[in-house]
Design a protein around this ligand. Structure first.
Ligand code: M6R
Length: 611
């Protein structure tokens, strides 16, 4: 989704802005642009290009942008097709430039008013009205900040905004509502971005801008104001540089690198949170533990891959702890009438912590009076973390590939830790706790062992590359894993994939089965294994070609149309986490065969900050 970078420095800022944009490429975008002010010569120069940031780099090499104050943007089209004219920054007159993330919902009304006042529009975007509104307000304002503060009161919708003006050549003015913004603190220079990753080459000190804040960013000074215009101080956070996964290392794609990072990221999620035999008692504060002890139900809400993680947790919470648990996708939850029962813990799951639907669902949950809110999240300081009562961080490190991999498996680990924590006040036996903890301790090595089947999966991938449809089957807690496998395949290889609980096949989807429909099944050796085997026979009998990921002790016999990939024997509880890995590898290698843009699949964004 759109990305913002800005810098006010003594040095030339274009290289900082371009590097920042490159670091935001993973979020998905279709065009990019930059506007730079040179206070010495009093010039404002803008460059925009359709396509990758490299196009902007080439344009900059030809035309050059000199300056020490600048803003830059990667655009993911919402209003108006991808084009140079629609790319940001947008100008009003020759002195004012803005970049914007989010959507201004009342832009049509504002556009008509501005046209009536003589403003001409050169793009189809909602963003251009912001530029003209601020330009208009500047005529009667005492400062750029004043103009921005007065303008934003007219906007309905979401914005993360950065504004520069030749009349205020040493400032970037910012505003936030609904779309994240972070300030990076330097010495004699300061920065802004929509995502702190963009700024890691220049600083590790950040301030997360709060909802409704506005501010002025200058070289030696940052002034922030809350939604009522009062001066505010916001906490400075130091970012652990170890979490910067800025390059792909020996891997061809971030996705593969992140698949291989999973033993390490899972270990980081576990560190300090389990002892040899039990859950550590320091995961939550005393006050949080008091709240968790009272919980009698759980409602999980999330989107996409994070929703699949929550779906696995529903099985765990009900099977292991006996706590009633519901799960729903955030985009539906937020618009549905709900009945809140008892002391329901409202749990959101999100890699980015900025997903608009999940954030809206969290806010709705507060209005509805849920007992308490908790987020499982990977990004410290993100909106979900700041707005939830409690958080359990996944510590996976930055995930750059749009397709979520290590974020998913670490979400599962965090959800299993939460399950154990809730189990403590719901009669979970010490023996069961010990068994789950033992499996969790083994998990990084199970994943290492599973990664060894990489070559085997690579060899199978070509059998999928010319197919148009695939079915993924699982039963019980493995059904959400089949769903996650199907999502991975469709998002990066563009092959249509659907997941079914294997017992549902005979109620319809079996009609689809023929030799052109590969069927992937996740088949650990659990209590549903025999049932699943019967379902697989139903498929075989109809000419379907099966690819089964199975426990090596399951005794499945491969055949021409029955491919078996054996996985290490693991405990039932952690099996969903382990069986995710081969499905990630399968989708990766199929996409590689097809030559798709694996890290930035078409039409998708890493962090979906608009509805
Ligand atoms: O950042 P979040 O986990 O809230 O994102 C939710 C989904 O957009 C995300 O999980 C998406 O489905 C994955 N990138 C797909 O791999």
């Amino acid at each position: 989704m759109c990305g913002i970078v800005g810098a006010v420095a003594e040095r030339q800022v274009t290289p900082i802005l371009i590097e920042g944009l490159k670091r935001l490429e993973y979020r998905g975008y279709d065009s990019s642009g930059i506007a730079v002010i040179d206070p010495e010569t009093g010039s404002l120069k803008r460059l925009r290009r359709l396509g990758k940031v490299n196009e902007l780099v080439k344009a900059n090499q030809e035309q050059g942008t000199e300056g020490t104050v600048g803003i830059a943007h990667t655009r993911w089209a919402t209003h108006g097709r991808p084009s140079e004219a629609n790319a940001h920054p947008h100008l009003s007159g020759h002195k004012l430039a803005i970049v914007h993330n989010g959507i201004i919902e009342n832009y049509e009304v504002l556009r008509e008013q501005l046209k009536a006042n003589g403003y001409e529009f050169s793009s189809e975007t909602d963003t251009e009205i912001i530029a003209h509104t601020i330009h208009q307000a500047l005529k009667t304002s005492e400062s750029l900040l004043d103009a921005v503060q007065r303008s934003v009161t007219q906007f309905e919708g979401a914005y993360g905004l950065a504004v520069v003006s030749l009349d205020y050549p040493d400032q970037i003015v910012i505003a936030r509502k609904g779309s994240p913004l972070v300030l990076g603190l330097g010495i004699g220079e300061n920065f802004i971005a929509s995502d702190q990753l963009a700024l890691l080459p220049v600083t590790n000190r950040f301030i997360f801008i709060e909802e409704g804040d506005t501010g002025i960013v200058e070289r030696d000074k940052i002034s922030l104001f809350d939604k009522d215009g009062n001066v505010v101080e916001r906490e400075v956070h130091e970012f652990d540089a170890e979490h910067d996964s800025g390059d792909k290392g020996e891997f061809r794609h971030y996705m593969l690198k992140e698949i291989y990072e999973q033993p390490r990221s899972i270990q980081a999620t576990l560190d300090g949170r389990i002892t040899d035999t039990k859950l550590s008692d320091t995961i939550f504060t005393e006050a949080e533990l008091d709240i968790l002890k009272e919980v009698d139900r759980v409602q999980i809400v999330a989107c996409g891959t994070s929703y699949h993680a929550g779906s696995v947790a529903r099985y765990w919470l009900e099977d292991i702890v006996g706590l009633p648990c519901q799960i729903e996708v955030a985009s539906e939850f937020r618009y549905r009438k709900k009945v809140v029962l008892g002391k329901t813990l409202f749990v959101t799951v999100s890699q980015s912590g900025e997903t608009a639907d999940t954030l809206a669902a969290l806010r709705t949950s507060k209005e509805l009076g849920f007992y308490a809110t908790l987020v499982i999240c990977n990004v410290p300081g993100s909106s979900l973390v700041r707005e939830s009562d409690m958080c359990l961080m996944t510590n996976a490190g930055a995930e750059i590939g749009v397709a979520s991999t290590k974020a998913f498996t670490t979400q599962l680990v965090a959800l299993l830790l939460l399950t154990l924590q809730l189990g403590k006040s719901n009669g979970l036996s010490e023996e069961k706790e010990k068994e789950v903890v033992r499996e969790l301790r083994m998990l990084p090595s199970y994943i290492e062992a599973t990664l060894l089947i990489d070559k085997q999966i690579q060899l199978l991938a070509h059998r999928f590359a010319d197919k148009h449809n695939t079915l993924f089957l699982g039963r019980g807690v493995q059904y959400p894993i089949a769903m996650e496998g199907a999502l991975k395949l469709k998002e990066i290889s563009y092959i249509h994939a659907e997941a079914y609980p294997a017992g549902e096949l005979k109620h319809g989807p079996l009609a689809l089965v023929d030799e052109n429909m590969p069927i992937v099944a996740v088949a650990p050796n659990n209590e549903l294994h025999e049932k699943l085997k019967s379902n697989l026979e139903e498929v075989r009998a109809r000419g379907g070609e099966l690819y089964v990921f199975a426990d090596k002790s399951a005794g499945l016999n491969p055949d021409n149309d029955f491919h078996v990939v054996e996985l290490p024997s693991v405990g039932d509880v952690v099996a969903p986490i382990v069986y995710t890995v081969p499905l990630q590898l399968l989708s990766y290698y199929v996409a590689e065969q097809k030559g798709t843009d694996i890290d930035q699949p078409r039409n998708l964004a890493k962090s979906v900050t608009v509805e």
